[in-house]
Ligand binder design. Structure first.
Ligand SMILES: Nc1nc2c(ncn2[C@@H]2O[C@H](COP(=O)(O)OP(=O)(O)OP(=O)(O)O)[C@@H](O)[C@H]2O)c(=O)[nH]1
Ligand SMILES: [Mg+2]
Length: 540
């Protein structure tokens, strides 16, 4: 329908005057163009202000998952990616490098502790086995002594019978006698010869004894984070979830949550920086810093540590106990030649692999300088993942943009350190279910990392069968692709069934200690979280 000027008052108002001359028309049109330019400029300015307003609200991200799932390692990887892989100006580069350099030195003590603990765990085991071997009639390499504190070593329920580095005809080295033992291994291994410990083992124990003191000193300095938790009285996988935990559980007094740093895990190491600063003063006064002392002791023990770790009897003892120290958090024994020296230079990879337990919930703030998040503040929360730590998670769920949930898939045949009755994969499923079903998180983007794929690969290559621990896996191919697809399907099904509102399923197969590939994954995750965050802000 065509409306004439007579009918439309607005059209009438802006219509050119009748009998307009050419010159008048030119002036009028110039004025209209100018008015339109100003109007566009105002619109653009309003848009910019709206965007800036949206950016003012920080992006809130939680990292969840059981203990040792890799939450802190993911943050470290992210931190490293920000410092090393983003296009920085010369000034930022200088600033970031200096900051990262400070980080690196702070992690050194943790790495030294990790290495010393690796050695002491082997020495503990060796001591018990030597004692058992001395005691006539007592089977060596038997299952754990009831009074012994569990080791931090990763112990599989189903290891390969071929994992033993010795064949039965290597008598000269280790065999004193052949007799049946009740060491809890399969039929072939039940005929394994008794381990024969020699004077070299006694000597190694003696010479490495100072490392116990070193461990104690480092643990004292690092505080509660330096020791793993081996017990819990929390029986629920998700004590924060009202539907799975009773009021008694939620009301428990959890003393370990005293740390709530504004600056994330970095603050856990801040004391080291303070000590180092005062250490410079001490050096002037001739007092040596603990770190230097530790390095000096370790350098003196280097050859013995290597000898212990490469000893075939020790390896056999570990294999019989199914103690896979190589798979445990903070394993550095293969790097002893590089680390146990007074001029040890820490690497980025060392930092990512270092293990320091997170206590409570730690906040980590970062404002991105470049990329899609430029100008946005992100607040990331790294939580302690042991069962008893999870009770405080709930208070961080409110207004949360996204959760990166880490499920370590290599742990399908392992038990929780804090509760040996619970399978670690089962625990991840239960935890995921509670997160998916939580109403407060109904609009939160969930990103699942099936982590520790490198360890999964190594485990399957050793011949560990998934079906032995996960019967429903059945006769499927025992390889990483099939396994991750199977686990992923289970997580997806849980999300679909229990989410109060349907949401996309985001999943990544990760080995977060691989910083390069993790940087790529985190880049994609960052973009997707930000997109959702801005969409939410638009709806507000
Ligand atoms: N090989 C391998 N090691 C990993 C991977 N992810 C994490 N780790 C190591 O596993 C150990 C535990 O990782 P953390 O990041 O400390 O675990 P967390 O989830 O923060 O644990 P809590 O703080 O106790 O809740 C560290 O030594 C990491 O370097 C992975 O994908 N592959
Ligand atoms: Mg942690």
């Amino acid at each position: 329908m065509v409306r004439t000027y007579d009918e439309d008052p607005l059209a009438l108002a802006i219509a050119p005057p009748p009998n307009e001359t050419l010159a008048e028309r030119e002036v009028r049109e110039r004025a209209e163009r100018e008015a339109s330019r100003i109007s566009d400029e105002i619109d653009a300015q309003l848009r910019r202000e709206r965007e800036a307003e949206k950016k003012k609200k920080p992006v809130k991200l939680l990292l969840l998952g059981q203990s040792e799932s890799g939450k802190t390692a993911t943050l470290k990887s992210w931190d490293l990616a920000l410092f090393l892989f983003s296009p920085l100006t010369a000034f930022q580069m200088l600033y970031c490098r200096r900051q990262w350099a400070e980080e690196r030195t702070s992690w050194r003590c943790v790495i030294l502790l990790n290495l010393v603990r690796n050695v002491n765990e082997i020495l503990d085991l060796l001591g018990r086995e030597m004692l058992a071997a001395q005691t006539a009639g007592l089977p060596p390499a038997s299952s754990s002594h009831p009074n012994v504190k569990p080791l931090g070593i990763s112990t599989s329920n189903a290891d390969s019978p071929d994992s033993s580095p010795l064949s039965s005809d290597e008598e000269g080295e280790v065999i004193a006698e052949v007799r049946r033992t009740s060491i809890g291994l399969g039929p072939r291994n039940s005929q394994s010869p008794q381990l024969r410990f020699k004077d070299t083992h006694r000597l190694l124990r003696l010479r490495l004894a100072p490392l116990r003191r070193v461990q104690a000193d480092l643990e004292t300095r690092l505080g509660a984070a330096a020791t793993e938790l081996y017990t819990t009285n929390t029986t629920s996988a998700a004590p924060f979830d009202p539907s799975t935990s009773g009021p008694k559980e939620r009301g428990k007094n959890h003393t370990e949550f005293s740390i709530n740093s504004r600056n994330g895990w970095k603050t856990a190491l801040e004391k080291f920086r303070a000590i180092r600063r005062s250490g410079e003063e001490n050096v002037r006064r001739g007092v040596r810093d603990l770190e230097d002392e530790v390095l000096s002791v370790l350098a003196g023990c280097r050859d013995d540590i290597r000898a212990l770790w490469e000893d075939r009897v020790v390896r056999e003892m570990m294999a019989r106990r199914k103690a896979r120290i190589e798979d445990s958090a903070g394993f550095f024994l293969n790097d002893v030649d590089r680390i146990a020296r007074e001029d040890y230079q820490i690497t980025d990879e060392d930092i990512i692999r270092a293990r320091l337990r997170t206590l409570g919930v730690q906040e980590y703030r970062v404002t991105f300088e470049h990329g899609h998040s430029a100008g946005n503040e992100w607040r990331m929360y790294d939580v302690g993942g042991t069962r008893s730590s999870r009770i405080v998670w709930y208070s961080y769920f409110d207004d949360c943009d996204a959760i990166i949930f880490l499920a370590p898939v290599s742990c399908f045949d392992e038990k929780l350190a804090e509760d040996k009755r619970v399978n670690r994969l089962e625990d991840s499923y239960m935890l995921w279910k509670s997160v998916c079903s939580c109403k407060l998180l109904a609009r939160t983007q969930l990103v699942l990392f099936l982590n520790k794929c490198d360890l999964l690969q190594a485990k399957l290559m050793r011949g560990v069968k998934i079906r032995d621990s996960v019967p429903s896996f059945g006769e499927r191919r025992n390889d990483v692709a099939t396994a991750t697809k199977y686990f992923q399907q289970h997580f997806k099904e849980i999300q679909r069934t229990y989410s109060p509102v349907q949401r996309p399923f985001y999943v990544h197969l990760t080995s977060v200690i691989d910083t390069k590939s993790t940087a790529v994954t985190l880049g994609a995750v960052e973009e997707s979280i930000l997109r959702d965050h801005l969409r939410r802000a638009d709806l507000m």
